[in-house]
Ligand binder design. Structure first.
Ligand code: ADP
Ligand code: ZN
Length: 510
């Protein structure tokens, strides 16, 4: 094992878990490998075939990803090929049957259609399912064709199955084990903490002004070297942000699915060669990017899920040097929930998509440690409340203030409005609105009506988010989002002693 690592890959020691996983595979045991992007999962399935001289079959979701991997392996003198292109499949299949490959990649469709008999006659060392979270409806990148993979289990009874993913909430992990029928699997879960990455969030009010601001900041940071990726939710945003950056003097280019293959490859290539400082992209850019010195990943807009945010942001700082992930959002982004749920069909999927997006929103608005927030989402609990390397943990005492009166007002407003609205109604009431929806229900007669006039609606929303994350308010999301006062909030309303205080961070929206 060590010799293969040295001879083929040039590395002198294994990273955490690699050796254990390889040993288990060689003993024929199924494995589930959950490790952060960039931690070295591929080695886990690339070494066993070299040790045992039997072909490893790897299922991967995208042809482009397989092409990258095959190219990299060939350069290292490993015999690799992929199935999935009509022109070459026949030849590749013949050679595979003669046992001529160390590693054979294929799409899930191909894997389900393969007979396997000729491959098996020469021995198969393992079947790896890469990006295994695609099998789960709870994952952020569900692919129905992955679910058919369980059918090959019976065709390969003796072959160890290895599922690999960088995303694993508990649900997804359970789903993978069940769907692939992994038996008594060896499970390797590495920490999701990327301590060299600084996490920060900036709320925006007007996106126009922001693009200039973003451009100036990106250009300033570029002086310190390293490259930057800016992720956007739409192609329109990609184009506008690229223009702003170019105008500010950055070597920036756009990358999205509407561009031709030639241009996309060109962007990819020039970025890897450091001729390009910034790529502004939709999420189409990234799978398979292995550039160690990306210093900044910026998200323009609240991401679709915390899983995808973690994966995309994780592309910076692979060399272990200090790097930063900034997320810029506007509250208007949060209205995209409906758009995302309309993209999927089943009720279960809709719920999964809505939950994933809600977690992403929670990350945007939390005033506690961002790192802890992410780690907890992935089921990793740390006692440390202050990582010292995120925007919330580096806030000073001057950025905090007693908000007990305001908290009391908003909790009372939520309660008096009946607890079956979102945040907008109670805030409108607080701000003294006489809109039809307010007057129709007699809310203008409530004693809290107009109490919070001097503060903006955004200010109140920011406070509402803090009270939600502290558990004074609770929300439900059935058809609509409703916010009500929790037991903790109720106690606060009833038992608040004179002179009590509630010191909270003053967020940028306040
Ligand atoms: P993942 O699939 O988990 O995202 P990769 O398998 O692509 O990660 O590995 C990320 C990077 O780490 C690659 O450049 C890989 O060559 C490197 N790497 C993997 N294992 C080791 C090791 N034992 N020592 C040094 N570098 C390694
Ligand atoms: Zn922190």
């Amino acid at each position: 094992m060590e010799r293969c690592l040295k001879d083929y890959f040039g590395y002198s020691s294994f990273r955490p878990f690699q050796k254990e996983v390889i040993q288990q595979i060689l003993r024929g045991r199924d494995c589930l490998v959950v490790m952060a992007t960039g931690s070295g999962k591929s080695i886990c399935y690339q070494i066993p075939p070299l040790v045992s001289s039997k072909t490893a079959v790897v299922i991967s979701p995208l042809i482009s990803l397989m092409q990258d991997q095959v190219m990299g392996l060939k350069l290292r003198g490993i015999k690799a090929e992929y199935l999935g292109s009509a022109q070459t499949d026949k030849t590749v299949e013949d050679k595979a049957g003669r046992g001529e490959y160390d590693i054979l990649y294929m799409t899930p469709e191909k894997a389900c259609g393969t007979t396997w008999t000729s491959l098996l006659s020469r021995g198969v060392s393992l079947l790896a399912v890469d990006e295994a979270h695609c099998i789960s409806e709870w994952g952020h990148d569900f692919r129905p064709e992955y679910q058919r993979l369980s059918s090959i289990r019976s065709k390969l009874p003796e072959v160890p199955f290895v599922a690999l993913t960088a995303t694993a909430t508990h649900k997804v992990r359970e789903d993978i084990l069940k769907s692939l029928m992994l038996k008594n699997a060896y499970i390797a879960v590495s920490s999701f903490d990327r301590s060299n990455i600084f996490y920060g969030v900036k709320p925006l009010t007007r996106s126009n002004a922001f693009r200039e601001e973003l451009a100036t900041e990106v250009v300033k940071d570029l002086e310190q070297g390293g490259s930057t990726i800016v992720y956007c939710n739409t192609i329109k945003d990609v184009d506008e942000v690229t223009n702003a950056l170019v105008k500010a003097g950055a070597a920036a280019r756009a990358y999205h699915s509407k561009l031709g293959l030639k241009e996309r490859n060109d962007v990819h290539r020039t970025f890897l060669k450091d001729e390009l400082q910034v790529v502004v992209a939709t999420v189409a850019f990234g799978m398979g990017i292995d550039k160690p010195d990306i210093r900044r990943v910026i998200h323009y807009g609240c991401p679709k899920s915390l899983e995808s945010y973690y994966q995309e942001s994780g592309r910076c700082g692979r060399d272990g040097l200090p790097s930063a992930c900034w997320l810029y959002f506007t509250r208007a982004d949060f209205t995209r929930a409906e758009y995302y749920t309309s993209e999927v069909r089943t009720q279960e999927r809709k719920k999964a998509v809505a939950d994933a997006f809600a977690a992403s929103q929670g990350y945007c608005t939390t005033t506690t440690c961002r790192r802890k927030f992410i780690l907890q989402y992935f089921g990793e609990f740390t006692k440390n409340d202050n990582c010292g390397n995120c925007d919330n943990c580096t806030k000073t005492a001057a950025q905090r203030r007693d908000m007990v009166q305001e908290a009391y007002a908003i909790l009372a407003a939520v309660k008096l409005c009946g607890g079956f609205w979102g945040m907008n109604m109670p805030i409108d009431v607080l701000r003294g609105s006489l809109a039809k929806k307010v007057v129709e229900r007699g809310y203008e007669k409530l004693h809290v009506h107009g109490l919070g006039r001097e503060k903006t609606a955004t200010w109140w929303k920011a406070l509402g988010d803090q009270l939600l994350s502290l558990g004074y308010l609770r929300e439900t999301r059935e058809k609509f989002r409703t916010v009500s006062v929790s037991q903790k909030g109720q106690r606060f309303l009833e038992e608040l002693p004179n002179g009590a205080s509630l010191v909270l961070p003053v967020t940028e929206e306040m």
